[in-house]
Design a protein around this ligand. Structure first.
Ligand code: SF4
Length: 455
């Protein structure tokens, strides 16, 4: 199924679509207010973008520097070329600790590597401890947003889900009650976990330490109670120096939720006494993306989700319609690099309005990259046959003025007089949910000539 078909499914529940749209726009507005309160916000974005560009140009050196400093801190550093290696490294660490219960705080990388099903197959319990993540885990769904994983669920749906899985009482979606029940449930999981897994928001080459940002404190709770901590990071998470955190932490929180600072920005440098700290550094296609000149800036991404909150397509089609770990505009430029055929509809799931690029805290030219992917896809003929023939015909008509005039006249006549089924049919995907605008009698050319005559 392509994006349009999955979006059609989501659009069947109109009330939910409207609510989803509003909820995300609310976050976008909070982001605007918060960003406008920072003097020099645009300067901060520019700085963030330049630091990331520097990182990507010297990635090998920063990674080696990070590894060396982390090792000096007593941290075990592992390298994974792909998802399989990442999962196997984690499995081997868990085996070493004879761990059967794992608590995990939000990490899109572990989602990307499908770590949960991999470990569950080996008989290991993995509990996502971020509330939104736990909700989608109980619903056996992937996250639909990178910062707000359960944004597609209403509180009433969560109520039913908790009744089924946690044995809660019906509460008509009372958020206080649901949160307190989730807290009790998760507290028990934290207390019994053997190992804690977290993601990494920023890894500092200068110190070998890293920062994990959460609003619920779940990463800290997991790490402090378990005997080992495994942190998983993509190679692009590196920043050169500790002082650069001042740039990125300010950009991240405001862009993500409109908060001035994430509630917990936890710094990890070394393991507590008697415990172990492991870092798994993962490539999984990032080096390949780095080698694509037109698309390498996509690796600047700090996963704030702002491009999703502002995107009119994302807001009205929902995160699951992208069928990729990272949905929305940024996912649509990362996913074709992974599997062009599978994700070839995603760069077209955009109005190219540029709103994503305007809000991106690290100034990724998202809409330009979407447009570039379209060109690659068209060249490689990865587009549906109907679309291909329509575009071919349109190209021919548009390149011949006489033919264009005749076609225009015929189309205007047909749109006015032809029976509805001839206009609105399977071939007219655009017209499935919309009426074509009313057709005027004259073409622009004819109208302009008449106007000139009467002047
Ligand atoms: S592309 Fe930019 S706006 Fe989108 S998630 Fe990444 S950093 Fe945020």
């Amino acid at each position: 199924m392509n994006h349009a078909k999955r979006a059609t499914e989501f659009n069947k529940d109109e009330a939910k679509v409207n609510w989803h749209d509003k909820a995300l726009w609310y976050v976008r507005e909070k982001r605007d207010k918060s960003a406008h309160n920072v003097q020099g916000w645009e300067y901060l974005r520019q700085l963030g973008s330049e630091i990331k560009a520097n990182v990507l140009s010297n990635l090998d050196e920063y990674l080696i520097q990070f590894e060396s400093n982390a090792k000096k801190n007593g941290v075990h550093v592992h390298w994974a070329a792909n998802a399989q290696e990442h999962n196997e490294i984690i499995q081997s660490i868990l085996e070493k600790h004879n761990a059967k219960k794992v608590v995990k705080s939000k990490s899109m990388l572990t989602e990307e590597c499908h770590l949960n099903p991999f470990l569950e197959d080996k008989g290991i319990e993995v509990i996502d401890t971020d509330l939104g993540e736990r909700i989608v885990q109980l619903a056996e769904e992937p996250p639909s947003h990178i910062v707000l994983p359960a944004i597609h669920k209403t509180k009433e749906e969560v109520d039913v889900l908790f009744q089924e899985h946690l044995g809660t009482k019906p509460s008509q979606g009372n958020p206080e009650y649901l949160v307190s029940e989730a807290r009790k449930h998760l507290r028990d999981k934290f207390l019994n976990a053997d190992v804690a897994i977290t993601g990494v928001n920023f890894a500092v080459a200068e110190t070998g330490g890293f920062v994990v940002c959460t609003n619920e404190g779940n990463a800290d709770m997991g790490v402090h109670l378990a005997k080992a901590h495994i942190a998983c990071m993509g190679i692009e998470k590196i920043i050169p120096e500790e002082k650069h955190l001042g740039v990125f932490l300010r950009l991240l929180a405001r862009s993500a939720t409109g908060q001035p600072i994430t509630t917990y920005s936890s710094h990890f440098n070394q393991a507590e006494e008697g415990k172990e700290l492991h870092i798994v550094i993962v490539d999984n296609g990032r080096t390949e993306q780095l080698s694509r000149e037109d698309f390498r800036a996509s690796l600047h991404c700090i996963r704030c989700g702002a491009c999703m909150n502002t995107c009119p397509i994302y807001r009205r089609s929902g995160g699951h319609s992208y069928d990729y770990t990272i949905p929305g505009p940024i996912g649509s430029i990362l996913s074709p690099g992974k599997d062009l055929k599978k994700h070839s509809s995603l760069p077209f799931a955009s109005t190219l309005c540029g709103s994503c690029s305007n809000v991106c805290p690290v100034k990724i030219n998202i809409h330009e990259q979407l447009y570039k992917w379209r060109q690659v896809i068209v060249k490689e003929e990865k587009q549906p046959i109907v679309k291909k023939s329509i575009l071919k015909t349109a190209g021919m008509v548009l390149s011949k003025p006489k033919l264009y005039k005749i076609a225009g006249k015929s189309a205007r006549f047909a749109l006015k007089h032809a029976p509805k089924f001839m206009i609105y049919n399977k071939l007219n995907a655009w017209g499935k949910a919309r009426d074509l605008p009313e057709v005027k009698g004259d073409s622009f050319d004819e109208w302009y000539k008449k106007r000139k005559k009467n002047e």
